[in-house]
Write a protein of this length. Structure first.
Length: 462
């Protein structure tokens, strides 16, 4: 692999406009680090591309040598697919241009953008692109896997708001995919992950929005069961403007939390209303009535602020492990198991995340995109978050144990952006009846499985 990385370097260095960074070079240690501290790998070469031609050159050189290749945008892959040992990392972090057309409510987004790059540009025009909730996340990985966040119910998944892709495929060709050009590839890129190439530009729809009502509250442990039962039934009839997420976790020990709840198991409700504030008041009040009164807050916040509020909770370098799945209906038995689980959470940063999808995301036909499951509105993410390597085994075991107890009531399926690196066996489950179509597209555009560091869909002959 060392020889292969040297060969790629030799092939690229005279015509490459970006940066070629090797072990021992100044800046290599920072350049090869990724978000999930559990993944410690050392590539033989990082090709930090300046433009599309650099991406094509890097893919061509890598393909010719057969070197293991990872694609990095924001480095946020939970599974650690943003890097590799001894191989090549094609890094798009220099490609973060965003061009907004306010009148058409459209934007062109370069492949290396972070979510914060997009929000900063679109909010200047009073517009939003529906995406995730942590601003230092890479947009490409999020969008290609589907993309859920605060605005999913109102405007759909991130991938639902993409009208065109430009990508470099495994033979280094530059290919466009939209509803008219390469429609099979356009279908697969909306939810199919990084299986088909390096996306260098997204053409996306934008929506008018500059602020939301944000409400928060904590429910103490004895009342969590009642809260979950209400949430389950309430969200089935909730309007598109209403998003209610619940995290089961240990309350923060900080002063902003009521003294009686600090460090105790709680359900943390985070709610937003994207419509007229007065129209949303009854929905917010109903949800907040199930929270401890002295923990409740409600305010209008700029959307740009909302998008950065979770940044400090998920910093680079901490250790993360997840298991995820869907429920068609959150039955009483599963609620009981969730209530039991919150009492055993191992760290104050670990949480059981519950979100209700539906809304605009559910209005897209099941076969219109490759994205997994739109029919099951309840999405669960068990997310362990800790700092010390010595605690790895305990945290991973806790997540796996809770998941095994909940799994029998879940509908088969998984959101690929919430998958850890040990779940390749679940990839067919993520796509259900779409699997054969996914394999066909993969076999056409990447027959040798060059792009395999992802939640991989192997081509037929690989």
């Amino acid at each position: 692999m060392i020889e292969a990385s040297a060969e790629v370097y030799s092939s690229l260095h005279r015509r490459f406009k970006g940066d070629l960074v090797r072990p021992g070079d100044t800046g290599f240690e920072d350049a090869h680090a990724i978000w999930n501290g559990m993944v410690a790998r050392k590539p033989g070469l990082i090709a930090r591309c300046a433009d599309v031609s650099d991406v094509q050159s890097a893919v061509r050189a890598a393909s010719e040598t057969g070197i293991l290749t990872a694609i990095r945008c924001g480095g946020h892959s939970l599974a650690g697919f943003s890097t590799c040992d001894g191989g090549l990392v094609i890094d798009l972090s220099r490609m973060r241009q965003v061009t907004v057309d306010p009148e058409a409510r459209r934007a062109r987004i370069a492949g290396g953008c972070l979510l914060g790059s997009i929000d900063s540009a679109t909010q200047k025009a009073g517009l939003v692109f529906p995406s995730g909730v942590v601003s230092h996340t890479g947009a490409s990985g999020l969008i290609l896997g589907g993309g859920t966040g605060w605005l999913t119910r109102r405007f759909g998944l991130s991938c639902d708001n993409v009208e065109g892709f430009t990508l470099v495929t495994a033979d280094s060709s530059l290919v466009r995919a939209n509803s008219k050009e390469n429609p099979d590839l356009f279908w697969a890129l909306r939810g199919g992950g990084g299986n088909f190439g390096v996306v260098t530009e997204f053409e996306v729809k934008l929506h008018p929005l500059t602020s939301v009502v944000l409400a928060e509250g904590l429910t103490p442990q004895p009342d969590i069961r009642g809260l979950l039962e209400c949430w389950r039934d309430f969200m089935a009839e909730a309007p598109l403007d209403f998003k209610w997420n619940i995290d089961l976790r240990l309350a923060s020990p900080l002063n902003k939390v009521p003294l009686a709840l600090r460090g105790r198991p709680v359900a943390a409700s985070s709610l937003i209303w994207t419509g007229d504030p007065e129209a949303g008041r009854p929905y917010l009040q109903r949800a907040l009535s199930l929270c401890s009164r002295d923990s409740v807050s409600s305010k209008i916040v700029p959307f740009i602020n909302l998008q950065t509020m979770a940044d400090s909770d998920f910093p680079h370098g901490r250790r993360y492990y997840t298991k995820s799945g869907y429920f068609s209906y959150l039955d009483d038995g599963s609620i009981n198991r969730l209530v039991e689980a919150v009492a055993t959470i191992p760290t104050s940063e670990t949480q059981i995340e519950l979100a209700y999808l539906g809304g605009a995301a559910a209005r897209i036909g099941a076969d219109e995109t490759a994205f997994g499951d739109r029919s099951s509105p309840f999405i669960l993410n068990l997310l362990a978050n800790w700092s010390e390597p010595s605690a790895d085994d305990g945290n991973v075991a806790w997540i796996r144990g809770i998941f095994d107890k909940l799994r029998p009531a879940m509908k088969p399926g998984v959101y690929i952006n919430f998958m850890s690196g040990d779940e390749q066996y679940r990839v067919p489950e993520a796509y259900h009846q779409r699997w054969d179509r996914m394999v066909a597209v993969k076999s056409h555009y990447d027959p040798n499985n060059f792009f395999r560091l992802n939640q991989n869909v192997p081509p037929w002959k690989a």
